[in-house]
Design a protein around this ligand. Structure first.
Ligand code: PGA
Length: 245
């Protein structure tokens, strides 16, 4: 099980120091080999976080370029993220797709670059509200998986995050039935044993119900990962959910 906190374009050294101290403390109290925790700060805070993150807490980048080096002003490569302390890298987050026009082939290139750099890509997929209303959810997800997940990847090479775009930052959460059905569908499109996370308005008051769904292997959390209290509460609830299994 993986609990991932995506800070997006939030955070400062002060916030990061407080957050990492709180997460380290939570993991020392109730660590479990079966629950991994990773935070995804802005790239400028990775080295700072690396100095503070105590095992088993892991770090990830929020995006990478598909090339290792080059004339790409403003971009960051997977090698650079790795050197700064990352073990994971998000690719294809809906905000990258929406605001930077990223498409599946590009995202696949990023996933390969992350893998080659020794990072585990966390590949995000999800349908928009209009696509869901038009009954296109499964067709869209299938297309995104075929386009963005490198076909040579084994289940150990990546993590997939299903995040309905209409649930991100909106407070609208997919129902347990929707999540279970969609995760089963996604499972059928991936090599057996792949890790599939759910994301979209996950909070302390709904995480237990989501993690109890059999095809859900963790969560990708945005807003609720920015406050140490709610993120640590979610880590504790995930540990408890895992101990009950
Ligand atoms: P949210 O974001 O938890 O704030 O909805 C999730 C994400 O974008 O990964």
């Amino acid at each position: 099980m993986l609990i991932a906190g995506n800070w997006k374009m939030h955070g400062s050294r002060g916030m990061a120091a407080d957050m990492l101290e709180a997460v380290n403390r939570t993991l020392q109290k109730a660590s479990s080999d079966a629950v991994e925790v990773a935070v995804f700060p802005p790239a400028t805070l990775l080295s700072f976080c690396k100095e503070r993150a105590q095992p088993p807490l892991m770090l990830g980048g929020q995006d990478c370029h598909s090339e290792n080096t080059g004339a790409y002003t403003g971009d960051v490569s997977a090698d650079m993220l790795k050197e700064a302390g990352a073990s994971y890298c998000l690719v294809g987050h809906s905000e990258r797709r929406q605001y930077h026009g990223e498409h599946d082939a590009q995202i696949q290139g990023k996933a390969n670059a992350a893998h080659e750099a020794g990072l585990k890509p966390l590949i995000c997929i999800g349908e928009t509200e209009a696509q869901q209303a038009a009954g296109q959810t499964q067709a869209i997800l299938k297309k995104q998986i075929q386009g963005a997940v490198p076909s040579a990847f084994t289940p150990a090479d990546f993590v997939l995050a299903y995040e309905p775009v209409w649930a991100i930052g909106t407070g609208k959460v997919a129902t347990p039935e929707q999540i279970a059905e969609t995760h089963h569908f996604i499972q059928q499109q991936l090599p057996e044993g792949a890790t599939i996370l759910y994301g979209g308005s996950v909070k302390p008051d709904n995480i237990a119900e989501i993690l109890a769904l059999e095809p859900v292997h963790g969560v990708l959390v945005g807003g609720a990962s920015l406050k140490a209290e709610s993120f640590c509460k979610m880590i504790t609830l995930a540990m408890e959910a895992n101990n009950r299994d």
